[in-house]
Design a protein around this ligand. Structure first.
Ligand SMILES: [Zn+2]
Length: 434
């Protein structure tokens, strides 16, 4: 296990402003993380790329943005009140609680007691009990008469409860999808591996409604599996680090007829970050919803779901982009995901004509993309800082720029430099960012 790489990523995230521990000044809040200036940009870029691929470029998908707080009946009908549970066991020595199905976590914990146990004695665990993951909240203005609600445990249900609204207010016809991005909350027993398993997280999900037959189900399941793994690859994740894994019968969620995960080979092992599920008619029939086709035939559609974790994806994009070279650490993020697309430097911070020319270029480029500004230290140090932030291009304004109206552009991955006319700079960069 390459724990070292995880430690380096966590340190880089803190140092450069990608991700901070949640509520850090008050000792933190377990299972929560805050995104800093670079992290917020990276996360937004992931979401924008997902929305573009899943909604903007498609005729058969529309987007929704449902409320986090929902009528509790939703969770009763969806089966989450009954079945959205993890098996919980408690260590009889120190009363810490763990998930019974995470054998590695249990073994790690058992080791912490090893030295204090008499020879031959093992750590004992309580029998597993069901632990519901939904996070409770209370709504209402009269103390004592508030109603208990749940923060959504998956964003999915927002697509189902609005099924009839979407069908009647748009022109969609089966097969069609409803896409959504948003926060979900789970009372995870053991949050861990940085942002991989947290209690508050963001999902990007497609619910794709189809005719209720096995053949349609298989066809669209395969289609979305391939669409989704291709999306990650197109944004730079190495093919050999990705795989599909079929769910065993005993691990499938209560709503799934069939499920496969897209997994990434993280330093802590192959890990799920997007699930492709055939939910059958579980949800729509539980909510009592149906569809009438053009011939007047009424039926309950099936659903193929592609459910991705944004925080997990972000972690894997970072891990995959992280490179240590001889003299530098470089995040080779896909230009579409990079927080800043370009950095602009005046060669010297104390030469007013250089600074004002660089400032003009900076402000022009800002119209089209996120631009970083740096006039501290020497050029080498500025390159080093931008490499670590994943900025694909650096532009330096030097004395030659004042004479011939060209600048130096330096490429993050190759470290090669070329001179480009200032007038053509925007177009040059926009072409490279495609
Ligand atoms: Zn213990």
């Amino acid at each position: 296990m390459n724990v070292n790489k995880m430690e380096k990523i966590v340190a880089l995230c803190k140092r450069r402003g990608f991700i901070y521990p949640g509520s850090e000044i008050y000792g933190g809040l377990t299972g929560t993380w805050d995104y800093g200036p670079l992290g917020a940009l990276l996360k937004k870029n992931i979401k924008d790329q997902w929305w573009k691929a899943m909604v903007q470029l498609r005729d058969d998908v529309v987007g929704v943005d449902a409320a986090i707080m929902m009528n509790s009946t939703v969770w009763e009908r969806s089966g989450h009140l009954e079945a959205f549970t993890d098996p919980l066991v408690e260590c009889k020595i120190c009363h810490q609680r763990f998930r019974a199905d995470k054998k590695q976590d249990l073994e790690m914990h058992e080791k912490t007691h090893k030295e204090n146990l008499p020879a031959g004695r093992q750590v004992e665990w309580t029998a597993p009990q069901k632990f519901n993951l939904l996070v409770k909240a209370y709504l209402g203005i009269i103390e004592g008469q508030q109603s208990e609600i749940f923060l959504r445990g998956e964003i999915t249900q927002g697509a189902f409860v609005n099924f009839e609204n979407v069908v009647s207010s748009t022109r969609v016809k089966i097969p069609f999808g409803v896409a959504q991005i948003g926060k979900a909350f789970r009372n995870e027993i053991t949050p861990g591996n940085f942002i991989f398993r947290s209690r508050e997280f963001e999902q990007m999900e497609l619910e794709f409604f189809i005719k209720p037959t096995e053949a349609e189900g298989d066809k669209w399941f395969e289609y979305w599996k391939n669409e989704r793994i291709n999306w990650y690859q197109a944004l730079g994740i190495k093919k050999e680090k990705l795989r599909f894994r079929k769910h065993r019968d005993d691990e499938r969620a209560h709503y799934a007829k069939f499920a496969e995960d897209i997994e990434y080979e993280a330093p802590f092992g192959w890990s799920e970050f997007e699930g492709i599920h055939n939910r059958g008619d579980w949800d729509l029939s539980r909510h009592g919803l149906s569809y009438v086709d053009d011939d007047g035939k009424k039926f309950t559609p099936w659903v193929i779901e592609a459910s991705g974790g944004i925080d997990r994806s972000l972690l894997f994009f970072l891990l995959d982009a992280y490179h240590e070279e001889e003299k530098r650490v470089v995040l080779k993020l896909h230009p579409k995901l990079a927080p800043y697309k370009v950095a602009v430097f005046p060669l010297l911070a104390n030469k007013e004509n250089l600074v004002s020319e660089a400032r003009k270029i900076y402000q022009t480029l800002q119209q089209d993309m996120m631009v970083a500004w740096d006039d501290r230290g020497n050029i080498g140090k500025r390159y080093f800082a931008q490499d670590e932030a994943g900025t694909p291009f650096c532009v330096t304004v030097d004395f030659q720029s004042l004479e011939d109206k060209t600048v130096t552009i330096r490429d993050r991955d190759t470290a090669k430099q070329e001179r480009v006319e200032i007038a053509k700079l925007s177009k040059y960069l926009l072409d490279k960012l495609q």
